[in-house]
Design a protein around this ligand. Sequence first.
Ligand code: S3P
Length: 444
Amino acid sequence: MSIVTQTTTTGENLIIQGQNFSLQGTIKVPGDKSISHRALMLGAIATGETIIEGLLLGEDPRSTAACFQALGAEISQLNTEKVIVKGIGLGNFQEPTDVLNAGNSGTTLRLMLGLLASQPDKFFTVTGDHSLRSRPMSRVIKPLTQMGAKIWGRKGHTLAPLAIQGQQLKGLHYHSPIASAQVKSCILLAGLMADGKTTVTEPALSRDHSERMLTAFGAHLDIDPETHSVTITGNSQLTGQKVVVPGDISSAAFWLVAGAIIPDSNLLIENVGINPTRTGILEALQMMGADISLENERIVTGEPVADLRVKYSQLKGCTIEGDLIPRLIDEIPILAVAATFAQGTTLIKDAEELRVKESDRLAAVASELTKMGAKITEFADGLEITGQTPLTGSMVESYHDHRLTMSLAIAALGSQGETIIQGAEAASISYPNFISTLQLIIDN
Ligand code: S3P
């Protein structure tokens, strides 16, 4: 078993020689990406000081920090365990002298748009990397426009780069056609400065970190769990808070699957956020027969947290669909890996949103795992995976997608022979220490 990285002219290759070892040890995963973005943003628009412990120092939150610094927030000690944000207060953004760049991060761009659109008399331009410039922005531009926003962009105002002329917005009741926390959060943030009340109703519950954190910062929210509706009252002022960011369950998912598929493994993943809107991965793996237990459950600054223990067990196929999808939306690539090690068929349905993530994740997962010997059929809204197939080390591509990179690395651990993942530097978008943690658990 060995892990080597190699720098090439186009990026980094991660070379993994799989098989014949078990994974042991205790791991800590980096801070939750969704909570990290929100802590930086709410800290920036609050009055007073916000202290963030455990912020994810990946590329995506760094993009958020850079954008809000350009908008006037003071963010200090960014590379430490205790980040300090001096807020500028709602409506006090400065007009940046340059284009705001969200990098690879959909959360940065979509949530920030809600705030920019609601700053009267100010003008902003925003863009992102190659992937983000091809991701649909109409899902937030359309409701923002109904609130009175003025936003221009490529392809009929649907793609970044975008130009925003801030306006005094008016409240709206928006029935979102998709269960998307980015859409919900964008509209709620726009509602913070809008006249009257703003409500978002979604078809199924998406992650609720914005609702929890907005409430903690002093916003007035009404939540109707029956109808999946959230209402925010305009012109509520936010006050800086202390936020302790739990470990990211989406990052823990790689180790949960690694521990479940590699014989004799036993891993403890400490301090993982187990917000029920994010724990679909635990339910799906348990449906597949995984041996996962929760230890030391507690609440940390408004978010539930636990240590997760996973032990090897023979998995079996299952069906993943409906309301479960938004609760494990980012874990489908790694679940597809688990499915290749499971006996029988795993069916993933209602997951067409994966086509507009950092890559077209349905196509990318099907293409790269097929190269390794998996039996996968791709549908418009999902995948059918027939296991258990022995995987063989191969040359595979990251598509510059962090979650695909790490999923392929876990598949490589359980494969015969050598896998080369091209473009593996993408992992640092959400998990800067992924390769060193991988090294740690195989050396134990
Ligand atoms: C996120 C919401 C999800 C998720 C993304 C992070 C968030 O996107 O896939 O990684 O922090 O709000 P959608 O809202 O587009 O489903």
